[in-house]
Design a protein around this ligand. Structure first.
Ligand code: COA
Length: 478
């Protein structure tokens, strides 16, 4: 019997075998690469919009109040999350009673920020209340809060403790400021607008700083937080653990005012030529100035009067002198000579003359209604925007059709309008329902979510953990 010598290291055959093995190994490696959609379900065959909602299965312990936090959790609820709002027994979110328009009914301030949520009352400082909260922490995917700095810790809910109770929980907070000299301060909307750079750059040059009506500090930061939460939930799929998500209102406002930080840096290299103050010969100071109604981008714009401005405070249009349509603008306003006049024909030549140019355009817009201006200009590709009042927006049929403005019914106040989900998902229709009454879902949550038996629920009720100790706290009078 021939003895077959094993091909080993050093032999020619052995070397070849080693090489072949290496090649096989690398081939194997390539073959082993997971397909991109490994582990993902097959694409649903259900019609669009009938495969559930984006955040179905996500449960949120909503410890938010006033505006910033509730904006965030309302969006999550619109996208399908089960949002359980925890409120103080007897009083609830302070906004329930603020700016009341209908006696005895939750205010629009509250109802327009807490749609599609459930409400449970829990005294978070009562021993039994703490026990219920612990169970909620274990049963939820996300905790959202916007208490004053330290308040959650004082309830005994430090991140360390929460993480121990439920390592998968995402803990999201809005605070006024991030770590730094102001981190302990309480903050409301306008404080954030001022501290985040918006107020110093809003208003007219010769007037004081102005706050804007858009709630960029509160609602803006709530939006930022919602993004942080879904990102953390996505990361959790890989890591299996939750994390802290923090959005400071100052940061959120600064993020929205970033073009002004852009201008601040440009100042070091010369005047901001698109600001009308440049054309007016007013020197720039050390900080980005208030720009009135100047456009924030490279295309000069201004708000101009339209027909009826004498009696209608909103009979105005925003008009942008976009470079490519300059010839069309010249023809429209009866200044065809400006198309070739060296003082007006190019964008740089126009910059020192913006005031004069907008005065001339206004002589045309003032002869038309803002909607006529819109119709005429849009056909010519000239970007304009009518100044729409809240009344006009509330009545606008196209906003109703898209679900951006939604009418919902309420058992106490009757029908009211709310803003639906401005983020449209093609496979996740928005779930816009009325805001809950205070504690409306307390029993339901205790029973169905936390698994308490009826007997235990009775005990909880007797303990005072879910009802006001004395008579309900009187929220602000209607
Ligand atoms: N049961 C018992 N106590 C409760 C409770 C409950 N269910 N819910 C809240 N509380 C308590 C808190 O524990 C806190 O008590 P503590 O101060 O003894 O710790 C207390 O209510 C008040 O909370 P706080 O957040 O300080 O409310 P406030 O009305 O004094 O301040 C803000 C309101 C908005 C200024 C403040 O919450 C804040 O700065 N939040 C962060 C920034 C923010 O979101 N601002 C924008 C709001 S739109």
């Amino acid at each position: 019997m021939a003895i077959r010598r094993k091909a080993g290291k050093g032999t020619v055959k052995g070397k070849a075998k080693g090489k072949a093995k290496a090649v096989r190994k690398s081939v194997k490696k390539i073959v082993r690469l997971k397909p991109k959609n490994a582990g993902m379900p097959r694409p649903s065959a259900k019609p669009w919009g009938q495969a559930g909602r984006a955040l179905d299965g996500v449960r949120v312990l909503d410890f938010t109040h006033v505006q910033s936090g509730p904006t965030c959790t309302q969006l999550l609820a619109y996208m399908g999350a089960d949002v359980i709002k925890v409120e103080r027994p007897g009083a609830g979110d302070i906004t329930r009673g603020q700016l009341r328009d209908v006696k005895g009914a939750d205010s629009l301030y509250f109802t327009m920020l807490n749609g599609s949520k459930r409400s449970i009352t829990i005294d978070s400082k009562h021993p039994k209340g703490k026990e219920i909260l612990d169970r909620l922490v274990k049963a939820c995917d996300v905790l959202v809060e916007n208490f004053a700095p330290g308040a959650l810790d004082r309830m005994g809910l430090t991140f360390e403790r929460i993480h121990k109770l439920n390592p998968r929980l995402v803990v999201a907070s809005v605070k006024g400021f991030g770590p730094g000299p102001y981190e302990d301060c309480k903050v409301y909307e306008n404080v954030a607008q001022c501290a985040g750079g918006s107020a110093s750059t809003t208003g007219f040059r010769d007037g004081p700083p102005l706050v804007t009506g858009a709630q960029i500090g509160d609602s803006g930061t709530g939006l930022h937080l919602a993004l942080g939460i879904v990102a953390a939930l996505y990361q959790r799929i890989r890591t299996g653990r939750g994390q802290k998500v923090l959005c400071a209102m100052q940061d959120g406002v600064l993020n929205l005012a970033r073009v002004k930080l852009r201008d601040q840096q440009r100042l070091a290299h010369g005047p901001l030529t698109e600001y009308s103050q440049y054309g007016e010969g007013v020197p720039f100071g050390k900080a980005a100035p208030r720009a009135g109604n100047d456009s924030g981008g490279g295309q000069p714009g201004w708000i101009l009067k339209c027909q009826g401005w004498e009696s209608d405070p909103d009979a105005y249009v925003y008009f942008i002198t976009q470079g490519p349509v300059w010839p069309a603008i010249c023809d429209l306003i009866g200044k065809p000579q400006w198309k070739t006049d060296a003082d007006y024909a190019t964008a740089p030549a126009r910059l020192p003359r913006l005031r004069q140019i907008f005065d001339a355009i206004e002589q045309w817009t003032v002869t038309k209604t803002k909607f006529e201006v819109m119709d005429i200009c849009n056909k010519l590709d000239i970007p304009v925007g009518p100044i729409l009042s809240m009344k006009e927006l509330a009545e606008e049929p196209s906003l109703r059709a898209t679900g951006t403005v939604v009418e919902v019914d309420h058992p106490v106040r009757g029908a009211y309008l709310t803003v639906g989900n401005p983020i449209k998902l093609s496979d996740s229709p928005a779930d816009v329902r009325r805001a809950p009454l205070l504690g409306e879902h307390t029993d339901e949550v205790l029973r169905d979510v936390l698994g308490y038996a009826e007997r235990e629920i009775d005990e909880i009720k007797r303990s005072g953990a879910i009802s006001a100790a004395d008579k309900p706290a009187k929220a602000e009078a209607a």
